[in-house]
Design a protein. Structure first.
Length: 313
């Protein structure tokens, strides 16, 4: 149970890095967790045992009976742990996020994570031996903080590898720091999302994220995270899984969609009216709600011909 909770937390972290809000089916979770539970312990044990094998004359003598070249044996024993850790991280980056991750991006992230994981692991082994030699009585207790630091740093570099994988896959649009959008941009994106989703639904198809990014003219899907969340929470959109890809469909009929509802979603409807600022804010929100009558939105734009009408305007 504890292992499942830990892996579930790792999955949530991967989904947060890849900016996806949708979880996976229980069957896929079980299969991915089992695969990682088999491969990851083997990889870690091989990584920890590689140096011990090199230091053992008996084991080396036994191995050299099959591989005569001692140099080849040493290279294999040094490379195998790195290869296993890289493959384990690559599997994690490929299958844990509920999005389609390219193999090249996952490999770059896994390579980064494996390199720094081994650096931290090497430092942990050296410090552990040093502490044990310096204090024979309390050496075993002193290794506990070192072990916790090693675990913490190891996971940090594993998560950084996932961030690098995301950056490699979105290298043409990746931003180191998010740019805060203003209220006008949020309104613009919200209306564009609704127009795209409803018009696609009228044609009998769902709307995928890539199409929303193109239609809303944003850098990447991260810029659409808040409008999409608000529309889903406001029961205007529904998120579905279409062949492993996140897609969106309307959640209510056209006659129940109006501009006032959308404005309240973005600007909010609860304010402190007892202050002057609250009164003015309420007046502005009310004016914004009344600015678009039904014949303007949704009737004019949710018909499949909004592009031409917007151009004419």
């Amino acid at each position: 149970m504890v292992v499942v909770m830990v892996l579930s937390s790792v999955e949530d972290a991967m989904n947060a890095i890849w900016h996806t809000r949708r979880g996976r089916s229980l069957f896929r979770k079980i299969m991915d967790y089992l695969a990682l539970l088999v491969l990851l312990p083997i990889s870690v044990n091989i990584a920890l045992a590689g140096d011990a094998i090199l230091e053992s004359p008996k084991i080396m003598e036994y191995i050299t009976t099959f591989i005569p070249s001692a140099w080849v044996v040493q290279m294999l024993l040094k490379l195998l742990p790195f290869i296993f850790i890289t493959l384990s991280l690559m599997m994690m980056y490929l299958f844990f996020p509920n999005v389609k991750v390219k193999t090249a991006a996952a490999f770059c992230g896994a390579l980064f994570g494996a390199v720094f994981w081994f650096i931290v692991q090497r430092a942990y082994v050296v410090l552990q031996i040093g502490v044990a030699k310096q204090n024979a009585i309390y050496g075993s207790f002193a290794t506990v903080p070192l072990f916790l630091v090693w675990i913490q740093l190891g996971w940090i570099f594993i998560l950084l590898g996932a961030v690098l994988a995301y950056a490699v896959q979105h290298r043409n649009s990746y931003q180191l720091s998010g740019v805060e959008s203003n209220a006008r941009q949020e309104l613009q994106r919200t209306f564009d999302i609704l127009i795209t989703v409803y018009n696609n639904f009228a044609l009998g198809r769902a709307t995928v994220l890539d199409q929303l990014v193109e239609q809303c003219q944003v850098v990447n899907e991260t810029d659409l995270a808040r409008p999409l969340d608000l529309l889903i929470q406001g029961d205007l959109l529904h998120e579905i899984d279409r062949d492993g890809t996140v897609a969106f469909i309307p959640c209510r009929p056209l006659e129940q969609v109006d501009a006032a509802r959308i404005i309240r979603l973005i600007l909010g409807k609860d304010g402190e009216a007892d202050s002057v600022g609250g009164y003015l804010a309420d007046q502005i929100v009310q004016a914004a709600e009344e600015a678009l009558p039904a014949e303007e939105f949704p009737d004019k734009y949710l018909t499949g011909s909004h592009t031409h009408q917007a151009g004419a305007a």
